[in-house]
Design a protein. Structure first.
Length: 118
């Protein structure tokens, strides 16, 4: 395991530093969930594939790795230098969802009501 420097907020940070901190915290939550899913899966082959893979294509300079949850239903680009701990590398499995579809799936999974869908 390599050392990771955690994000620590301070009142004198720039807006960009605060945005980077928010992304760091989001990335840590995605990593935590993926790690919990792989470490609590029953012995044998889990029904769902969770891990990370490299995004092939343009437009993601510095953010070419993806944390993938539940067979690609929820995917999150993370920086190339973000430590993925024990998360296994997997075959790309994005199911084609848009960011909006992913957000709606997360809200549905958590029992949240999307006010834009009323």
């Amino acid at each position: 395991m390599s050392p990771m420097k955690p994000y620590v907020w301070s009142p004198n940070q720039t807006l960009d530093e605060q945005k980077n901190g928010a992304y760091w915290e989001r990335n840590m939550l995605a990593l935590m969930l993926a790690t919990v899913l792989i470490t609590t899966a029953p012995n044998g082959s889990p029904a769902e594939v969770n891990g990370w893979y490299r995004h092939e294509g343009d437009g993601f300079d510095g953010w070419s790795r993806i944390i993938s949850l539940w067979n690609g239903r929820y995917t999150f680009h993370v920086p190339d230098d973000f430590d993925l701990g024990i998360l296994p590398e997997i075959t790309p499995n994005w199911d084609g969802h848009s960011t909006s579809e992913k957000r709606n799936r997360v809200m549905d999974l958590c029992g949240c009501k999307n006010v834009e869908n009323n």
